[in-house]
Structure formats: structure tokens, C-alpha cells
Design a protein around this ligand. Structure first.
Ligand SMILES: [Zn+2]
Length: 498
């Protein structure tokens, strides 16, 4: 079987064939860095991380470009309102580039936690202003854009293909655009390629039309072209940005540079929290850090980043992921079960390598092959990760039955099992760390506190039994690692002092 993907351009599943055999160019709309990454970001970037990993597993050399939006994205996603970065800089009383720098670092920190492999290129919009000015100039030259009071607008009526990706009809477009009617736009659907800046605007550049800054959609048009060439294979992102952002990216590129922009459009669905769309004003916006630390009223505890990854991969990327505390809990349990078996297999393998034969049990080899086939069929079917996970868990059950049986398992069989886990669960899904011995994948937030609490309870029990030798030993050994106990009338408190 070969890889099939759902292409939003054709609204159909299609066989994936890259333009240049062996190579794949992929562009994914990156974050606007004015706040910490939330679980919606986790869904997009884990989705395309798995796409990236699977394409590499299939032998493609992938160039993965994901931009950082640091200018031009206005509050409300349209042509009016304050720049999101500029607004945050004003609120935090810092330079816009300080906002950009600090949230970009946080973004990569969180993506690293989620085991998301970093893109090959992470270009910033502010670093590509000349290219965006050039785009506006070409569009004006070709009659697809016009200048008005220092703004440059794309002329939607001049480009009949506008709407081909989002399939919005002209009437619907007008309906939405009417909200932001501007006297200087020749048509309410027209959108800004370049915007004039007021003197107090924090980020602005000189252009043929005076001081200004680029429109939000222009950056993706020029950066995709610059680093991948036209056309390129895959454009990814969140479905909520199909209009106006993605639609306008396509229109600008195809009107300016003649010819196709992206060949396959892969878009992921949104996330909800307890069945409700996520929003800051609704009080249900969960950041990745909230989930890891468990410091949000909707969560009863913190979850390991890989449990969050598991939760997201447990629904198909084109489906909605509904976050609930219960759902995360069951994902965490499932993930722990998987890692528990992997860890047992690896321990047994270490022992068996010294004593038993290397050949693989023929019967179990068949079991491995059956599950692998199911796994790859699911992945080839538009990255169906829930089905791939189901195959991996059935495999896990078969492994448990085997290693808990009466018969010794040969080193060869254990090795074949471990390799299956490493490829399917590790390389492709990114859920099984290469090193299970205390690597990031197994670190559970709150675990250390729980362990200290257990020791404190043991010491309290010892004191009740007048076993002062044990109680003092616990107190002294904890003190040696910097945990200081303090006995109070209401119980024992502790603090860390290192
Ligand atoms: Zn974009």
C-alpha cells in the first residue's frame, strides 16, 4: 500500500506523490508568539510532527519549514485592530522583540517537552519584509492589488480563483467582510498585503507607500516560496485558518508568481475543552504548561508531556480533540501501561542476551508482522493514528501474554519486539523514549513530592511506634539531599533547601 492523504484542495483522499522523487517540501503555519503555547498548538504541531516523522520513515528527505509570526497578525485575524505582538509589548511594557524572543523560547521549550522534532527552518516574518514589499509590488504591477492611503490591498474581484481552497462562495465572503468595511477598499472582500503604520506603531518599515508593516498572509506566501520553491508538496496548519489566512496565501502567490502554490493541503481540526470551544474569555484556555503542571481549575493533576501527546494522537487529526480531565487520565494510564511493558521487555532482553539463543520464535514473528501490517495500513490511510495506536496496543497485549507465560523467551524474540516498539512507538509516533531510564518521557510532575510525602508518612508511623532509630535515619538522610523536615503540632512540614 502507499500513502494516501486527504487533500483539502480537492476535498478528497489522494495518493501522495511528491514533485521530486525522494524529496518532500512541507510548510506549516507557525505560532504567533505573543503568549504561551496552548493545547491547540499541541494538536497542530504534534500532528505535523507525526507527518514529518512518517515521511522520513518512508525514506523521503523532508525539508520542514514552519514560520514564527512576529509582526502583522492583528487582533481579530482581519485587517483592523492592534498587532497582537505590539499589544502584548504594550501590556508587558517591553520591546516587541522581547515579547517575540521570550515566547519563541517558551514555544520551543514546550515543543521539546512534547517530543516534537524541530523544523529545519523557522523563519520569522520580520526577517522577510523586503520579500513582502516585493510581493505587494508585483501584485500591483499585475493589476491584482492597489494602493490606498499607504495601504496595499489585494483585489479579490481581480482573481476569480479566490475561494478555491476554503470553498467559500462570494456571498458568504461579503457577509464576513462587511464587518470590517473600509471606505478605501474597492471591494469589501479585499484584504491587506501591506499596511500603513501610524507614527506610534511599534514595528514599522520604509516602503514605496510610506512607513508600514506587512499584512499577516504575506509572510507565509513569501517564506514558503523562498525556502521551498514553487510549487511545493505539503502545506499544513489548523483548519480554523483556512479562511482568510490560507485562502489569501494561495491567492497572493498564484496571482503574483503564476502557477500552483502548494500541491497538498493538510489541515487539522480544532480542540475543545469539556465539549466547549477553547477561548481565553471562557476560562478554559489550557496552556501546555498548565497540563504539565496541573495548575488549572479544570485539571485534577499534572500530566506527563508524552501522556498529552498520546491523548492527541488518540484521535484522528481531522477530528476534533475534546480535552477532559478524565480523558487525559485514561491517556496517562494507557501510556504508562505501554511504557511499563517496553521497560520489562528491555530488562528481560539485557538478561537474555547473556544466556539464551538469538533466533526469533517463528510463531511470534508472525504476530509481530501482523500488527506491523495493521499499523502501517493505518498510517498510510491519511495518518490514522488512533487505528495505529490500537494496533500497537494489541501488539502490547500479545507481548504481555508472551513474557508472562511459562516458556522462556529467546533473546532474538525480545530483540525483535524491542525493535518493533522503537520503530512504531518511538521513531514514528514519538511516544516511547529511546532511553527509559529516567529520561524526560518518564518524568512525572509531582512525583518527587509524592515520594517525599511517602517518606514523611513512614517516619510519622515510626515515631508513633517509638522507633526513633528509623525516624531519625529518615530525617537525616532527607536532610543530606536537601529536604528539611519540620515537626509542627498539626503534622510534619518539609521544605527543600539546596
Ligand atoms: Zn500561514
Amino acid at each position: 500500500m502507499s500513502l494516501r492523504v486527504y487533500n483539502y484542495l480537492s476535498r478528497q483522499e489522494e495518493e501522495f506523490t511528491p514533485l521530486h522523487p525522494g524529496f518532500v517540501g512541507m510548510y506549516v503555519c507557525g505560532p504567533t508568539v505573543y503568549g504561551d503555547a496552548h493545547i491547540g498548538h499541541a494538536k497542530v504541531y504534534i500532528t505535523f510532527d507525526v507527518v514529518h516523522r512518517y515521511l522520513e520513515y518512508l525514506g523521503y528527505k523532508v525539508r520542514y519549514v514552519q514560520n514564527i509570526t512576529d509582526v502583522g497578525h492583528l487582533v481579530g485575524d482581519g485587517d483592523v485592530g492592534e498587532d497582537k505582538i505590539g499589544k502584548q509589548a504594550r501590556l508587558e511594557r517591553v520591546e516587541p522583540m522581547e515579547v517575540v524572543e521570550s515566547y519563541t523560547r517558551n514555544y520551543f521549550r514546550d515543543m521539546d517537552l512534547l517530543n516534537v522534532i524541530r523544523p529545519d527552518i523557522s523563519p520569522r516574518a520580520s526577517g522577510h519584509v523586503p520579500e513582502q514589499i516585493e510581493l505587494a509590488e508585483i501584485l500591483i504591477e499585475k493589476g491584482h492589488a492597489y494602493e490606498a492611503n499607504g495601504n496595499v490591498y489585494f483585489s479579490v474581484p481581480s482573481w476569480p480563483a479566490y475561494g478555491k481552497l476554503s470553498r467559500r462562495k462570494v456571498d458568504e465572503l461579503e457577509e464576513g467582510a462587511r464587518l470590517e468595511v473600509s471606505a478605501e477598499k474597492r471591494d469589501p472582500r479585499d484584504f491587506a498585503v501591506w499596511r500603513a503604520a501610524q507614527p506610534d506603531h511599534l514595528m514599522q518599515w520604509r516602503s514605496p507607500w510610506g512607513q508600514g508593516f506587512p499584512g499577516w498572509h504575506a509572510e507565509c506566501t513569501v517564506m514558503a516560496r523562498k525556502y521551498l520553491g514553487l510549487p511545493f508538496d505539503i502545506h499544513g496548519g489548523g483548519l480554523e485558518n483556512i479562511f482568510p489566512h490560507n485562502e489569501s496565501e494561495v491567492a497572493q502567490s498564484e496571482a503574483a508568481y503564476d502557477g500552483e502554490f502548494a500541491r497538498y493541503w493538510l489541515l487539522n481540526n480544532m480542540v475543545t475543552v469539556d465539549g466547549v470551544k477553547m477561548g481565553k474569555s471562557l476560562g478554559n484556555a489550557l496552556t501546555i504548561q498548565n497540563v504539565v503542571r496541573g495548575d488549572h481549575p479544570r485539571l485534577s493533576q499534572g500530566y506527563s508531556p508524552l501522556a498529552l501527546r498520546f491523548f492527541i494522537l488518540n484521535s484522528h487529526y481531522r477530528q476534533n480533540s475534546d480535552f477532559t480531565d478524565e480523558g487525559l487520565k485514561s491517556a496517562a494510564r494507557g501510556h504508562e501501561r505501554l511504557l511499563g511493558t517496553v521497560s520489562l521487555v528491555r530488562q528481560k532482553l539485557l538478561k537474555a542476551e547473556a544466556e539464551s539463543k538469538a533466533e526469533v520464535d517463528i510463531e511470534f514473528e508472525k504476530v509481530i508482522e501482523q500488527h506491523k501490517t495493521r499499523f502501517f495500513e493505518a498510517m498510510d490511510n491519511d495518518f490514522n493514528t488512533p487505528q495505529a495506536l490500537a494496533a500497537l496496543f494489541d501488539f502490547n497485549r500479545a507481548v504481555n501474554t508472551l513474557i508472562n507465560g511459562d516458556q522462556p523467551v529467546s533473546a532474538g524474540t525480545l530483540k525483535a519486539i524491542d525493535e518493533t516498539y522503537r520503530t512504531l512507538g518511538g521513531d514514528i509516533l514519538g511516544l516511547i523514549p529511546t532511553d527509559l531510564s529516567g529520561g524526560e518521557g518518564l518524568s512525572t510532575p509531582g512525583l518527587e513530592e509524592d515520594l517525599i510525602r511517602i517518606l514523611v508518612d513512614l517516619r510519622t508511623a515510626a515515631r508513633k511506634n517509638k522507633d526513633f532509630a528509623t525516624s531519625d535515619a529518615i530525617r537525616n538522610q532527607l536532610a543530606q539531599i536537601g529536604v528539611i523536615l519540620e515537626d509542627r503540632p498539626d503534622g510534619t512540614a518539609w521544605k527543600v533547601s539546596r
